[in-house]
Write a protein that binds this ligand. Sequence first.
Ligand code: PEP
Ligand code: MG
Length: 886
Amino acid sequence: MTTFVYDFADGNKDQKDLLGGKGANLAEMTNLGLPVPPGFTITTEACRAYLESGGQPDALEDEVTQHLAALEKKMGRALGDPSDPLLVSVRSGAKFSMPGMMETVLNIGLNDESVAGLAKQSDDERFAQDSYRRLLQMFGSTVLGVHGERFSDALDEAKKAKDTTNDLDLDADDLRTLVATYKKIIEDDAGRLFPQEPREQLDLAVRAVFDSWNTERAMLYRRQERIPEDLGTAVNVQAMVFGNGGMDSGSGVAFTRDPASGEQGVYGDYLQNAQGEDVVAGIRNTVSLADFAEVDRASHDELLAIMEKLERHYRDMCDIEFTVEHGKLWMLQTRVGKRTPEAAFRIGMHMSDEGLIDADETVRRVTGAQLAQLMFPRFDPDADRTLIARGMNASPGAAVGRIVFDSDTAVEWAGRGEDVILVRKETNPDDLRGMVVARGILTSRGGKTSHAAVVARGMGRTCVCGAESLDVDARAREVRVRDGETLKEGDIISIDGTTGEVYSGEVPVSASLVVRHFEGEELDDDLVLAVRRVMKHADGARRLRVRANADTPEDAARARRFGAEGIGLCRTEHMFLGDRRELVETLIVAQEEADQTAALDALLPLQREDFTGILEAMDGLPVTIRLIDPPLHEFLPDYTDLSVKVALAEERGEVDEHDKRLLVAVKRLHEQNPMLGLRGVRLGILIPGLFTMQARAILEAAADRTAAGGNPQPEIMIPLVASVRELDVVKARILAIAREVEEERGVEVAFKLGTMIELPRAAVLADRIAKSAEFFSFGTNDLTQMTWGFSRDDVESSFFSTYLENGIFDVSPFESLDTLGVGTLVRMGTEKGRATRPDLHVGVCGEHGGDPASIHFFDEVGLDYVSCSPFRVPVARLEAGRARLG
Ligand code: PEP
Ligand code: MG
């Protein structure tokens, strides 16, 4: 029989699937002997059963009853007992942390009677009333669907009536009145009375947590973070401990290392006389851990000892929530903490130096996406700038954009292509939509553990929080800066998430230190050292080679500095643009063969020069040059423009024969579906001179390089092949050219001849194609387009967002390989090709060659290399290493 409920003592940290992250870690801490208030976890399986059937699974109620009885026994108190109530918290906790996205209800078990019992037992009427009003507020909004603002407005009014802004100034009588107001709000808005029966409160709260898995904001967050939709959340029911029972109590959050920079040393915020939610909500200003030592030395020291124990146990930076109840420390949560990319690299290096983890683990702990973030530009340190505020460096990066004050505006402006910075006093889960589209997030309140900071770090979005000198007035749509300056919505600001600085206007950006390191600069910097060590180890571990897609000597040279081991795709089409376009026009419109030959002859030396430069930049490494691929009309003028030009000329009686012939050609070459038309190898077969001219240019360039003492390794690649016969036709012509060049030059020019596999037919018949091809390179851009049957140039903007919303994709298949469909073709093509030619060299040169998840797939399939844009080369090297290290 399925078990739906586990006591904290019965689980461990590896059961996140079943118990959720929070539950699994509460169990782990319990078993480590740490001071964790007892409780139990309702599994994600129960949640899934509930969400599927719309009702609680049968066994759940009984199991909760049993575990509740055991908890009551352990605590020596019964839930909601009028004279001495046991109170519990009900908290969500999915496998992957979704900060603030799902629900929590505290103080379950309080009602009109037990509130008196709590007051008596604690000898603190104010505390009892405060706890009750918190329950009404959370239960009302979470379980009964009352708008949260109704409660916060009533609280604000109560404070205003007392002429204060501090909730601590409200006394027991004020809070008792507030309790009555809250109950009335619930009755009016929810159309029912607040349930007095403790068990009913518990059951309803559990359901509300289950339901909160499917709130809009939770779904949006999951899409953003690529968390599967069908996991469900666990629910943790735990004996309450109170941080709001007086100044000898409080709540805090802490990290065992700085989550923003990765520096060694604990980092945290503590708030006296408060419950956990108050700390992250930023209602009052928190104190640092150092100041916490002044407030309560014994709890502080115990906390630090526990943090050290946790770090050694988890061998990672931990993020912790704790409460102090009348001087007694309680641990409420721990987990491996989210961190910025910078911190991830630094922490890995430090922990490996401390002997906590080995070198393999330092590579597993960082990702290509994090490395990519570190390669973004920073603000130029030498640029003029006007500092207007300083806050916490919550999530690194340099962001420039227009100020917006709410999510709706952020979404609207970003939708029309504006860069925006979302500026708020503090954020809450409802701001997520705006945070997703913003370049950066700036808040005036809250620390590195505030909602804005945690979510921004999770999304890799630049964030400065707690810039307290800023007076953010969302209603008036302005921010007042300390010196009296006022910034309006739409004004441009620049925020530096690495330093916490905020500037008015646009500050120019410069290359990141990590990029400068890859470019070969010697830099004495901790982060650069960490990156260097990770890259070295990843390079040692990887099996996949990494090449670059580059079509100029400059790009090739940069790719090589970034660690590329050759060129996997040199697209040649740009070599037919600019000044050379006229030659292509002549080639197309020529009526005499002699004219065509003349155009090709003129192109030949230019192409040879192109290839010589690239072969030189990649000397000693393979350079795969793809013969021209796109349809010819791409090199011709626009049909309408040209028609108008010719018509006007005719009217004036100034007929231009070239233009007229060109117009005929443009009309002839016009295609409804050019991507499915005369392109790739088809073009090479129809206009043989094009491919042979290119092949000659490549081989002559190679001969020149050899003569100059170089070591060229050209590979000629034919695009868009569907049949081995196509390949045979062009191959015969290229081999003939090769013989000619060898005879003319008197040297043997070594080269390989292969093909792209970018049509489903090619993948399916790869065994036949491999008879003729010495290598394959999967063109996964076209292969995705041709397999799904949708145009890569059109669909991303037209219907992909709807597909993503409907869960048809988790991510665009042009961004990350559709391993199920397109991936099957890649696997099949590789296997079939190698069945014919066991030493067939196989790579990939579509955009997916630089995508982390796709790289892991290519490694698993057994490709020899991936090829990606120069800038992604380090990312691919790292991910190829990670793919091997598991
Ligand atoms: C591809 O189709 O994956 C490819 C690399 O070629 P292109 O993007 O130039 O069509
Ligand atoms: Mg292609």
